[in-house]
Design a protein around this ligand. Structure first.
Ligand code: NAP
Length: 251
């Protein structure tokens, strides 16, 4: 029987792949055999080295995903090397302030990257995936804030809760057409996204005290879930938001 986790011959587009979870996902997909197209606004040399070391091809596409403007060019450059089989919508930002003080600028900035751009990039990739009938895999990086409220991050919670809904809607529209749309909800991982939380001794201790696994997640601990949702192993899995959270939601 063929290895259900084998991604040989597949091409995966990963946004925000220069660092953190995006880098770890790119490396894990590469280790499973996929060629990587890394899309982001910063240099991705380190990710390129790690992906090539895993024996996979690496293409870098520079784009600021704060607006829809670069999407057509991203599709052109990413598609030049062949079909996109896997899309990982990982790029995301967070802005912290009490709800009572939250600004329109912080609302729009987060919604634009985390939700609006994610939808329209997914639409562009699906327009390429659908016509040839070969299907594909879309993986959205959601959050525990797709399930919970949190505090001091209103636009982030709205965007990630919205992303969970969008994941289900797209799964309902495209499951019968061979595209699997699913999401991963990371718990608390050691990346730039959580640096403010980890720098606050009180919040940091409170968070750690609630994680049954007893440690903050390391980015590499997310890779296996991404490989699963990118691989034939998940062909009958549609519209789920898979927590990878050290047991946080079980508490
Ligand atoms: P991170 O290190 O801050 O990574 C965020 C990534 O998104 C970076 O590559 C960043 O690029 C990219 N990005 C942000 N704005 C962009 C834009 N306008 N155009 C292009 N790329 C942009 O944090 P992370 O934890 O790895 O975050 C990755 C994803 O996981 C995010 O969607 C985040 O919400 C989600 N998540 C993280 C955690 C956690 O505990 N860390 C938990 C739940 C969900 P630059 O480096 O150039 O800014």
């Amino acid at each position: 029987m063929a290895n259900p986790f084998d991604l040989s011959g597949k091409r995966a587009l990963v946004t925000g792949a220069n660092t953190g979870l995006g880098q770890a996902i790119a490396v894990s997909l590469a280790q499973a055999g996929a060629g990587i197209i890394a899309v982001g606004r910063s240099a991705m040399d380190e990710t390129g080295d790690l992906v090539r070391k895993a024996g996979a091809t690496f293409t870098e596409v520079r784009a600021d995903l704060a607006t829809l403007e670069p999407i057509a060019r991203v599709m052109e450059e990413a598609g030049a090397g062949g079909r996109i089989d896997i899309l990982v919508n990982n790029a995301g930002i967070i802005r912290r302030a009490d709800a009572i003080d939250f600004t329109e600028a912080d609302w729009d900035a987060v919604m634009d990257v985390n939700l609006k751009n994610t939808f329209f990039l997914t639409q562009a990739v699906a327009r390429q995936m659908l016509p040839d009938g070969k299907g594909g895999k879309v993986i959205n990086i959601a959050s525990l804030l797709s399930f919970q409220g949190g505090i001091r991050i209103p636009s982030y919670t709205a965007s990630k809760s919205g992303l969970a809904g969008l994941t289900k809607l797209l799964a309902c529209e495209w499951a019968s057409k061979g595209i699997n749309v699913n999401a991963i909800a990371p718990g608390y991982f050691v990346t730039n996204n959580t640096s403010a939380l980890r720098a606050d001794p009180e919040r940091s201790a409170a968070i750690l005290g609630r994680i049954p696994a007893g440690h903050w997640g390391q980015p590499s601990e997310l890779g296996g879930a991404a490989v699963f949702l990118a691989a034939p192993a998940s062909d009958y899995v549609h519209g789920i938001v898979l927590p990878v959270d050290g047991g946080w939601l079980a508490r």
